[in-house]
Design a protein around this ligand. Structure first.
Ligand SMILES: [Fe+2]
Ligand SMILES: [Fe+2]
Length: 141
């Protein structure tokens, strides 16, 4: 890693915070995956929406994890912009699912439960990609 001590400390702190958040998201995701009906699904989606707003802010807002990574290794800028784009997609998708689940005539339970499960799968891939970027940064020495 080609960085000074304060950068290193900043990076490790940001990575540790991010790992904690990823861990806190996991039970919400698992509950969404196993939800059996819209009554169970909607509150979980609301909880996920709140948690993701905080999580994405920590990753992409000024001086968040992505900024810290980019300072250390600007080569990751494109991957980080792609990940930010996915954040917008996830926020939109969660709101969309909640909206449809609460709208009479549009709340086909099977469709919405499948949509929520697909969202969880895509989100896990997203988190994997983030972990890969972080691992690359930490391994580059
Ligand atoms: Fe992310
Ligand atoms: Fe993340």
């Amino acid at each position: 890693m080609n960085m000074d001590r304060s950068h290193t400390e900043e990076l490790y702190r940001a990575v540790a915070l991010n790992n904690d958040e990823h861990a806190r998201l996991r039970p919400i995701l698992a509950s969404i995956e196993s939800a059996q009906g819209l009554e169970a699904l909607v509150p979980l989606l609301k909880e996920l929406h709140q948690a993701l707003m905080r999580h994405f802010a920590g990753e992409q807002f000024p001086d968040g994890l992505f900024d810290v990574i980019e300072q250390v290794n600007p080569e990751h800028a494109n991957s980080l912009r792609e990940l930010e784009g996915e954040h917008s997609f996830f926020m939109h998708k969660v709101r969309d699912l909640i909206f449809h689940a609460r709208t009479p005539g549009e709340n086909n339970p099977e469709e919405l439960l499948n949509g929520a499960q697909e969202l969880v799968r895509k989100f896990r891939v997203h988190e994997e990609r983030e972990n890969t970027v972080v691992a690359q940064i930490l391994e580059t020495d």
